[in-house]
Design a protein. Structure first.
Length: 317
């Protein structure tokens, strides 16, 4: 995390002092888990370039491409990034993204660690997501500790692959499981979004080990075929109710569509209730996730949870 912060500062200074970008104006923002306390030691570095105009500025394909070309050339000139390829997304607004890998000095190893870097242009949803999760972390630090442990297990187990449960969906699933404890560790996330400027202390007194065991057993038994994970309301909703628009977690006029009806896992994004962050998750990924959780459920206790979640995969069965 400290390496990512230093890299952000150096890159920010290099980009914003460049004459090519001074005409456009703008600033570099850090997003992702590095700003909300949910980063692992090998987490990637997520950045967003915001140019003059901010939230309400509209710009076209040509402008976006120009910014990406300038950023790409600067990355090559300043950092020698020859493989910093970019993508354009035809959406509203038009978004751009540059992916590359950069060498970060590792505090644990004198060798360089190469981390994935994602540099987006005006992708404000990523900024909002990062800040929102930071507010959830601030509500109760046990959420951060449980999430980091499960993210590490998720990475170690090989579940982090294409069309699987990514970092953001997994974090939402952790939040939802911690809303189902007795008493709840976390409130409905819509309350954190709208009401709590200084959240009251949770009445839940469970240990980190007990909370991780709860997560494992909760998702082993979850009915993925019929139910939807809704951390916004902290309620289990049936897919039928959610797709009908009668869900208490959605505004009355909100359309939902096939984001939830046909998905392998139905997960409601608390910031965009009509979207399912796991809409592309494959049946194979869900099977592997449940299979590994089932194996863990037979062995794990609150006392040995750290050992079991960090055990090599071939020792799990």
């Amino acid at each position: 995390m400290e390496d990512s912060n230093r890299f952000f500062q150096v890159l920010s200074q290099a980009l914003l002092l460049s004459p090519e970008l001074s005409d456009l104006g703008g600033r570099l923002l850090q997003t992702g888990s590095s700003i909300n306390g949910l980063a692992l030691f090998d987490s990637g570095c997520d950045l967003m370039f915001e140019f003059t105009g901010g939230w309400n500025h509209t710009y076209d394909y040509t402008t976006t491409r120009l910014i990406l070309v300038v950023l790409q050339s600067l990355l090559y000139a300043k950092l020698g990034m020859k493989n910093a390829g970019f993508e354009l997304f035809y959406s509203e607004p038009i978004l751009g993204k540059i992916n590359f890998r950069h060498a970060f000095p590792s505090t644990a190893d004198p060798l360089l660690t190469y981390k994935a870097v994602t540099l987006t242009v005006n992708a404000y949803s990523e900024v909002v997501n990062s800040e929102f999760l930071g507010r959830v972390v601030a509500y109760d630090d046990r959420f951060r500790q449980v999430t980091l442990l499960l993210k590490y297990w998720h990475s170690l187990s090989g579940l982090s692959r294409e069309r699987s449960i990514g970092s953001y969906p997994l974090t939402l699933m952790v939040a939802f499981a911690l809303q189902q404890t007795q008493p709840p560790l976390l409130p409905p996330l819509q309350l954190i979004l709208t009401e709590y400027s200084s959240p009251p202390a949770s009445e839940n007194r469970q240990s980190i080990g007990e909370l991780v065991v709860h997560f494992i057993r909760y998702y082993v038994d979850f009915d993925y075929e019929y139910d939807c994970i809704c951390p916004r309301s902290a309620q289990v909703q049936s897919r039928a109710v959610l797709c009908s628009g009668d869900s208490s977690s959605l505004e009355e006029e909100t359309p939902v569509g096939a984001q939830f009806e046909d998905a392998v896992i139905a997960l409601e994004d608390p910031l965009e209730p009509t979207k399912n962050p796991l809409v592309d998750c494959s049946a194979e990924a869900l099977h592997d996730f449940c299979h590994l959780l089932g194996a863990l459920a037979k062995k794990v206790t609150p006392e040995n949870v750290v050992l079991e979640l960090t055990r090599p995969l071939d020792q799990l069965f």
